[in-house]
Design a protein around this ligand. Structure first.
Ligand code: ATR
Length: 287
């Protein structure tokens, strides 16, 4: 295993956020480095909104090669960089920063690709002509809508407590596919193939009340957040016998792997990484 040593011969990477202590990104990237034979260090950086730009600039000035950005700075990172990838531009959010050969800061968003890879590769879920419901209309939702619509689902509904925010996202992405919005109380009472929970309610210990009719025998309920225990949404979905119930740890690994690829040009083995971090779950993946 590579270490988190920092010296002048080693390429430096970091994740920046607030809070940041809980982040699993250093462990994940050091495992990827070990898998691919790359030598690098990876730190956690805590900052605040006022200092974000300066801290990122200093990191790269002092030999930093790449950065992951997490809550609450994904929009700040979008403003900070010189150029955006298409996904980052449409999402208005950046989770990966690096410099190109001209020295310009590039901002990418690998969250949506991460979710899709996890759904397809590990869950073997194809989304063509499927019904998708996304709960929540914040930054997390903005990062996943375009890649989901690119799979041509028969419908994608964004349901949110504040319906105007769901409507704004619908308006923004309507040219990418069949998307509509509603309030939490207007969610259609039929089963969906995929229900993605993308609110931050769980972080404050709150649960979002949802109609049980959205769950059918084959419904995959996916919580974008991750935790060693089931989230309130996962508990709810299991109580109503959803076909598959998973948290966002697979997506976390996949978005990290895509960032690693952008930085190092090598693709880590995320299946092996999943077994490494979740040895108990890996025997019965996600069920
Ligand atoms: P993130 O970047 O994690 O998406 P965010 O942009 O602050 O965070 O968005 C949080 C999302 O969780 C929003 O959709 C928010 O609903 P509102 O737009 O109505 O604020 C949703 N959310 C947070 N707490 C919630 C709760 N208790 N019940 C329902 N939705 C909640």
């Amino acid at each position: 295993m590579s270490t988190s040593e920092t010296n002048s011969n080693i390429d430096r990477y970091a994740v920046i956020g607030n809070p940041i202590e809980h982040s699993k990104s250093p462990d994940i990237h050091l495992l990827f480095a070990d898998q691919t034979g790359e030598r690098l260090s990876y730190e956690k950086i805590l900052t605040d909104k006022d200092n974000f730009s300066q801290v990122v600039t200093n990191f790269f000035t002092n030999g930093g090669k790449g950065m992951n950005v997490t809550v609450p700075f994904k929009n700040d990172a979008c403003e900070f960089v010189d150029e955006l990838t298409e996904y980052a531009k449409h999402a208005g959010a950046v989770n990966t920063i690096y410099k190109n050969e001209s020295g310009n800061f590039i901002g990418a968003n690998t969250d949506g690709i991460g979710l899709l890879r996890d759904l397809k590769k590990i869950l073997r879920l194809q989304l063509l002509n499927k019904k998708i419901l996304v709960i929540g209309a914040g930054g997390a939702t903005q990062g996943i809508v375009e890649p989901l619509l690119n799979e041509n689902p028969s419908e994608l509904i964004i349901a949110n407590r504040t319906v105007s925010k769901a409507e704004a996202i619908t308006e923004q992405f309507k040219s990418f596919g069949k998307i509509s919005s509603c309030s939490l109380t207007e969610i259609p009472k039929h089963s969906f193939d995929l229900v993605v929970h993308a609110t931050s309610a769980g972080l404050q210990g709150n649960n979002v009340e949802l109609p049980v009719e959205i769950i059918g025998l084959n419904t995959c309920c996916y919580d974008l957040s991750y935790s060693d225990q089931d989230t309130p949404f996962m508990q709810w979905a299991k109580n109503h016998n959803a076909g598959k119930v998973v948290d966002g740890f697979g997506m976390l690994l996949e978005q990290a792997a895509e960032a690693f690829y952008l930085w190092r040009g090598k693709r880590p083995d995320t299946g092996m990484a999943y077994h490494y971090f979740r040895p108990d779950v890996a025997q019965k993946p996600h069920l």
